[in-house]
Design a protein around this ligand. Structure first.
Ligand code: FEO
Length: 392
């Protein structure tokens, strides 16, 4: 695909990765992704904003075939899916300066061995004139790494946001065509990499209110030509109250924990609480992460195996702890055969979660009437807590 114009003298370049199914060897990408770069041609200078994953460098270089000069390569974020082809572009345009903030410069030297004298470092709020177009650099740490920044093209009112507001969707649509599809993909992306840094992201959102943004051009997924809705969505994900929702990741070996999950589900529904189940033997971990954006309560369902929680339940708990969702309550349910330290082990795995732990319900063997009644009481406690907090 050749480069495509998005505004006068502003072009999308990049690659569509239809086949990629895993990011950072961790994050599922069910719909592939794109690596977006942008070319801004001013009356005096030309800048390339980001590059592509190194596996797709050839596509970017082909798009740059008709470009006679690049003066600046702006690196918003040092992760290789955006920075990885910078060395290839520098081979073609050896006089180009790599524009990066001081933190990113160190990372790019470490990761890509770019020579130190190739850099032009920029500070927060600094501008770079291309003649009739002006790039303003705004530091936005933790969207996704601590060095991340964005660029605001003042004359065209375009925010080049890199991972911020991005979505993993392989598509040839340049602009958003299916808002709800992009909403889901963007939420998944937020949940997987940005949710733990909500407090910093909140500050970044505030900072961007100083820009009159008419278009957001991220480095993954489609461009937002009407960006208000995605900015509102981020505001909700970052600062909105948790929902009247229980997220229940679970695993069952011989059916006892499954019976407990089913009973708790029914009891919560009767109490007017929404619940989403994630059977960890089949679940898409990205879907679980997305549900955690809104959940007020997390309940982990696990049998005891090898004297502790099932490894899949331990993984889900570790992940929830790492993602630091807004959940206010947590509990544990499950079955054991003869003993073990499931509750103690899981409770020790959530130091990052600011939650009240509600009494766990564990049972020896298959659940009895008393166990089902205990699950009903847990559902009642959860419903009461949600109601007290006015979670909708
Ligand atoms: Fe798209 Fe953090 O890289």
């Amino acid at each position: 695909m050749d480069k495509r114009q998005i505004k006068e003298k502003v072009y999308w370049l990049g690659a569509v990765d239809w086949d990629r199914r895993l990011f950072d060897s961790l994050i599922p990408l069910p719909d592939g992704t794109t690596y977006n770069a942008y070319l801004v041609e001013g009356s005096k200078k030309t800048a390339l904003l980001d590059t592509v994953d190194p596996s797709m460098a050839g596509k970017l270089l082909a798009q740059l075939a008709g470009v006679s000069k690049i003066d600046f390569i702006v690196s918003h974020h040092s992760e290789q899916d955006h920075s990885g082809a910078i060395p290839h572009v520098l081979e073609r345009f050896p006089d180009a300066k790599v524009v990066a903030n001081p933190k990113a410069k160190v990372m790019l030297i470490d990761l890509l061995k770019i020579p130190e004298n190739q850099f032009l470092t920029v500070e927060d709020g600094e501008t770079l004139s291309l003649g009739d177009k002006t790039l303003k650099f705004i530091q936005t740490p933790w969207v996704h790494w601590p060095e991340t920044m964005v660029t605001y093209l003042e004359e065209d009112r375009i925010l080049f946001s890199c991972d911020f507001y991005g979505s993993h969707i392989a598509t040839t649509d340049l602009f958003v065509t299916d808002q709800w599809r992009v909403y889901e993909a963007a939420k998944r992306y937020f949940a997987e990499i940005m949710m733990p840094f909500r407090n910093v992201i909140k500050k970044n959102i505030e900072k961007l209110k100083g820009c009159d943004i008419h278009m957001i051009a991220p480095s993954h997924g489609q461009i937002y030509d009407h960006p208000d809705w995605i900015m509102d969505a981020y505001q909700d994900w970052v600062t909105g109250a948790p929902h009247n929702l229980v997220v229940l990741p679970f695993v069952s070996m011989h059916g006892s924990t499954q019976q407990m999950v089913d009973r708790l589900t029914s009891a919560l529904v009767v109490q007017g609480v929404r619940i989403e189940l994630f059977n960890l033997t089949v679940t898409d971990i990205g879907k679980l992460a997305m549900a955690l954006v809104d959940a007020a309560t997390v309940v982990v369902g696990t049998p005891t195996v090898l004297a502790g929680p099932h490894p899949l339940a331990a993984y889900a708990t570790f992940l929830a702890n790492a993602l630091r969702p807004k959940a206010k309550y947590l509990s544990i349910i499950g079955s054991y055969g003869w003993g073990g330290k499931t509750v103690e082990t899981l409770a020790g795995m959530i130091p990052n979660l600011n939650v009240e732990v509600l009494g766990p319900v564990l049972c020896k063997g298959a659940p009895s009437k008393a166990v089902f009644e205990a699950l009903d009481r847990l559902a009642g406690t959860i419903a009461k807590k949600h109601e007290e907090n006015d979670f909708k």
